[in-house]
Ligand binder design. Structure first.
Ligand SMILES: [Zn+2]
Length: 59
């Protein structure tokens, strides 16, 4: 089996661990987007549709 490397866009997928069931994301300091509220509790993880940041529920 061959190993392949996939490049995911220009930016890295950032993972954020949170103990909150609902988080708000506005894209961080330098790369903002409209503030959205993401429901982490539903699946345990949620990915922001704007900046692809992944929030992981860590209780
Ligand atoms: Zn975001």
């Amino acid at each position: 089996m061959k190993k392949r490397h996939f490049l995911i866009g220009k930016k890295q997928m950032e993972k954020v661990y949170t103990s909150q069931e609902r988080v708000s994301c506005s894209g961080g300091d330098y790369e903002g987007h409209p503030r959205v509220y993401l429901d982490v509790a539903k699946k345990g993880t949620v990915t922001c549709p704007y900046c692809s940041k992944t929030y992981i529920l860590d209780l």
